[in-house]
Design a protein around this ligand. Structure first.
Ligand SMILES: *[C@@H]1O[C@H](CO)[C@@H](O)[C@H](O)[C@H]1NC(C)=O
Ligand SMILES: *[C@@H]1O[C@H](CO)[C@@H](O)[C@H](O)[C@H]1NC(C)=O
Ligand SMILES: *[C@@H]1O[C@H](CO)[C@@H](O)[C@H](O)[C@H]1NC(C)=O
Ligand SMILES: *[C@@H]1O[C@H](CO)[C@@H](O)[C@H](O)[C@H]1NC(C)=O
Length: 169
């Protein structure tokens, strides 16, 4: 009985460890990034947890994480953190862009594709992450002439409050 308990506990620990976006992450792709105040924010895309030989599933990455470019962790690489707020009402897409606004300390999540069923009433609303207050704000639907794209290239000019994204291939 004790042995069985230990084995079950071991399985639970392993399953839990596999979904750890910092300690258990193996590969990430299709995500969107931006840098604000020397922090590289990584949102969305797909993530594989190690060991990939056992589970090669491309999981939707629903964490908002960042690398601190001014503090190295192990192996002389910037330290990764996944402790920023992001709940399921904020979309987790792949192939979108983050329009970084270095002046107002926010970034906007624009475009991209859902790998799973999109939220019923989405209509591509614009969400923005507020770096200083660690929270997301909904900016509502973009103007009708703006259509969302994915796997394009985005650029932002914080000083002018302008951003654009062009369609990908
Ligand atoms: C994961 O995504 C990669 C890249 O798109 C693809 O080559 C691979 O087949 C996918 N793996 C699974 C298990 O779906
Ligand atoms: C992090 O490590 C790299 C490689 O050794 C080094 O070039 C860089 O200056 C380090 N960054 C910091 C902030 O210490
Ligand atoms: C995340 O963790 C880092 C390192 O412990 C800490 O400096 C930072 O304040 C944390 N951020 C939040 C939003 O909790
Ligand atoms: C999820 O986050 C959004 C944006 O910060 C917030 O408006 C909403 O109340 C949160 N929902 C829950 C269930 O916490």
């Amino acid at each position: 009985m004790l042995l069985l308990t230990l084995i079950v506990a071991g399985l639970i620990t392993t399953a839990y460890a596999q979904k750890d976006p910092v300690g258990g992450f193996c590969r990430r792709f299709g995500h969107q990034t931006t840098v604000i105040d020397r922090k590289l924010y990584i949102d969305g895309g797909f993530i594989n947890y190690s060991p990939m030989e056992i589970d090669a599933t491309n999981y939707t990455n629903d964490f908002l994480s960042y690398l601190d470019l001014d503090h190295n962790g192990s192996r002389d690489m910037p330290q990764l953190y996944a402790n920023l707020s992001k709940n399921s009402s904020v979309p987790s897409v792949h192939g979108g862009v983050l329009w970084g606004d270095d002046i107002n300390k926010r970034f906007y999540l624009f475009g991209g594709e859902y790998s799973q069923q999109p939220p019923a009433d989405s209509g591509s609303p614009l969400w923005a992450y507020d770096v200083l207050n660690n929270r997301w704000d909904l900016f509502g639907p973009p103007p009708a002439f703006v259509s969302a794209v994915s796997y394009g290239a985005g650029v932002t000019i914080s000083e002018r409050g302008r951003a654009t994204t062009t369609a990908g291939g």
